[in-house]
Write a protein that binds this ligand. Sequence first.
Ligand code: BGC
Length: 430
Amino acid sequence: MGNFKFAEDFLFGTATSSVQIEGGDTNNTWYEWSELGYIKDSSSCFTACDHWNRVEEDTKILQDLNVQTHRLSLEWSRIEPQPGQYSEEAIRHYREEIKLLLASKIEPLVTLHHFSEPIWFQQLGGWSKPENKKHFIAYVQYVVEKLGDLVSEWVTFNEPNVYANLGYLLGIFPPGKRSLLEYFKITSALIETHIELYTLIHELRACRGFLGQTKVGVAMHIRFFDGLTWLGRRTAALVDYFFHQIFIEGMVRGKLKFPLISLDHKKIKKTGYADFFGINYYTRNIVEFSLNPSIYFHKCVTDKKLDKSDLCWDIYPEGIYRVCCRYYRKYKLPVYITENGLSDRADRQRAKFIVDHLAYLAKAIQEGIEIQRYYHWTVMDNFEWLEGESAAFGLYHCDFRTQQRTPRPSAMLYAQICKTKIIEQNPINN
Ligand code: BGC
């Protein structure tokens, strides 16, 4: 492939999440989890990038990167510190942050749930109690009323499949449960909540006459599970069903697939519940049969031939092409790559990683796959869920002690791509 120019209306962006960058909040489940010592390097999300106090500085970084869109999440535990009590100060803070993005000609894509929750929500039993959904739904109503004039595009849940798997099956995310029953139960609750929110956000923005076309979707963590043997392929199909299909069919089509059961028995309409298909793509897994579920989602089998990120994840750019083709052909929804990136402290692989993944997106686009956005994960090194401060996903290095942000060489390349929307076959070596 030679040079490729993405269409003018294709938007390049970056993605972040509140707990991973903001710091200073003691009211969320990840703070508690950090305090309990579950993070590999014993760090805490209380530090992170101090973004809460550095919004202007960090928006300037986004301007320097020439992004046209930015995906950020709102911290529920800051906005609703106690059940039913909303913080005017927190919502004002996010309003200012979003206004700054808009003034910089950066379109916000706002995530409502990105793994973290208020501690009080978990104390009430979290998603395991079907009646608790109402807390999140009321919270979202408040947020959309307060910010819906500025934000037209929303992600309800970030990676509900990872949240459920790691939090309720493997027990390595809060709330640290290991129960198949709970896993299926909360999966139904997340799906049914998404369905309600999809309609609610559309209705609220429409009845307030807020400008801009409302778009609502989910950012799904999607991998390719490839089996190499007969048994491996059968296992891969099964893992794919439980890790992807039950979530996607639920959240996109409103179908509760076996073994999920409806918790609220509401009527589902036929039109679907997503205006875009959000894909967080990082890697693919080789699947071999095992009775230990951890092997499929966490301590994965890798392909010895492929380069690895710092976290030993296989670098497999072709996977982004395969997932886009697969899900676009199935659901015919415009694709947003809501996350893609790698941990690479030395920045030896990031530039090539970006170009190679974009080249595969270009290939898909040329074949008629409607891909509209690419959000790079992430702007600067931040608090990574399992690894804490020891992972380095940033285009910028962040020194967590001095809070100094320093661009890595790949940041220059990404800024250039965002500006020109052109990828060259091998711009790194030119
Ligand atoms: C999550 C991010 C995370 C990234 C790298 C995604 O699963 O949405 O929050 O930092 O992957 O692990």
